[in-house]
Design a protein around this ligand. Structure first.
Ligand code: KG4
Ligand code: ZN
Length: 417
């Protein structure tokens, strides 16, 4: 699927010229003066090729994105070389569209910010090499971006959120709870010990063959589960929440792979009962979707509840004005948001979520992270020698053991969602 920006169509076809040569074809707007800092953000860490130009006040001047979801749905998951090839085919056009829509001349940019970690090596490489060529051509500073830092800070483009705040990032590749104390100052409170919730939802959706379901065929796995769950009964199956064992029951870590195996077994059992083959849609698919969504919503809510209590107990968050920000692709799930709302209501916190299009990967969050770093004067490079992408990279200082040692008991909440 291609989401074109407003001025799409005014450009000639992407050429096979060197990546930066397209700059010569820009329309410039002499007479228009930009007084604010302007950052071009480029994102290619996974399966979206995205770019945006954002100014210091949070105005999005231009944006473009090419999503690979449809291709990867057909192959049953992301095949890294395929993702790399698609990034290569689209990056020049997407950056060109974002910059052209912004009506900013490339020479007016204050810096170029690009995701360099964490993510798929082959995908990160495309964004980084394209950006470095652009940086050298335009002689601009370069701001390397941590993908999860960008997700965490997106909210500050939209709302006046002061540091510190708590952030829950739930996506296809990541699952973490962190205290955000500054632009690049994070305390990691907990993370998934195995797979991320979006990955798990994608696997369940694939196992249920939801791509063949007429209502879900173009949706990501998580979105398909959310859609189908509305027609199901979450209590139809009795599923135990993850991480009930004493050893790791009192920390803020997450686990989703055990639940995925339980769901796999249920699906296998139901296929036998209904006498259908793997690949056909079960009559109980909606009940399974509702049960899995409810179970992960409760699991995420409970761990987040503990993180809020820990931060308040240690005076890391305000007692009365604490903010919980939830972002990442899975944060666009309204059922999970409602579960989290029950937690924030019970703990006198404010729950803030960026709108769905800013929860999933996009270029705006990368450009905004660049603005944040420019303003704070951190990580703005004038020399890019030795810069590398990093497929794996933890976020902030890991204090999850300390959180576990505190063994905070979480009061039971009625999860009537
Ligand atoms: O943040 P994102 O675009 O990419 C990264 O993983 O970084 O997140 C994509 C993930 C996918 O696993 C997708 O299934 C999930 O977000 N997702 C959802 C929903 N929309 C997307 N999960 C649950 N409910 C949704 N509505
Ligand atoms: Zn993401």
């Amino acid at each position: 699927m291609l989401i074109l920006n407003k001025t799409a169509g005014v450009f000639s076809k992407p050429s096979r010229k060197k990546p930066y040569e397209f700059l010569r074809s820009f329309n410039f707007y002499p007479g228009k003066l930009f007084l604010h800092k302007l950052v071009l953000g480029i994102e290619t860490s996974c399966d979206d090729t995205a770019a945006a130009v954002v100014d210091e006040t949070g105005n999005v001047l231009g944006e473009a994105i090419h999503s690979q979801t449809e291709v990867h749905l057909k192959t049953g998951g992301i095949v890294p070389p395929v993702a790399q090839q698609l990034h290569r085919e689209n990056i020049q056009r997407i950056v060109q569209e974002a910059v052209s829509a912004s009506k900013v001349s490339p020479s007016e940019l204050s810096a170029i910010a690009t995701t360099i970690k964490p993510g798929l090596a082959l995908s990160l490489g495309v964004g980084l090499s394209f950006s470095l060529q652009l940086v050298h051509q335009l002689k601009k500073p370069f701001i390397p971006i941590h993908h999860m830092e960008a997700h965490a800070l997106t909210i500050r483009l939209l709302n006046k959120v002061e540091f510190p705040f708590l952030v829950l990032l739930i996506s296809g590749g990541h699952c973490l709870l962190a205290l955000v104390r500054g632009v690049s100052d994070f305390l990691l409170l907990g993370k998934s010990l195995d797979i991320a919730p979006g990955d798990m939802l994608d696997k369940v959706a694939r196992r249920l063959s939801l791509i063949k379901h007429p209502e879900c065929s173009t949706m990501s796995g998580g979105k398909a589960i959310e859609h189908l769950a509305k027609q199901g009964n979450k209590l139809h199956f009795d599923i135990k929440p993850p991480m009930q064992r004493a050893k790791n029951s009192k920390n803020c870590d997450f686990s989703f792979s055990g639940l995925q195996h339980v769901i796999d077994k249920i699906i296998m059992q139901k296929e036998k009962e209904e006498g259908i083959q793997k690949g056909q849609i079960l009559s109980s698919a909606a009940h399974i979707a509702a049960a899995v969504q409810h179970t992960i919503a409760c699991h995420i809510a409970k761990r987040t509840h503990r993180a809020i209590l820990f931060c308040k107990q240690r005076h890391l968050l305000s007692q009365s004005n604490a903010v919980l920000v939830v972002s990442g692709g899975v944060a666009s799930n309204l059922y999970i948001r409602k579960a989290l709302e029950i937690v924030t209501n019970a703990t006198q916190c404010t729950l803030l979520c960026p709108p769905p299009r800013l929860c999933t990967d996009n270029g705006i969050m990368i450009a905004w992270n660049g603005i944040e770093r420019l303003r704070a004067g951190v990580g703005v490079l004038h020399n890019t020698e030795g810069i590398r992408y990093e497929p794996k990279c933890p976020l902030g200082v890991d204090i999850s053991e300390e959180v576990g040692e505190a063994a905070i008991k979480v009061p039971r909440l009625k999860m009537e969602i």
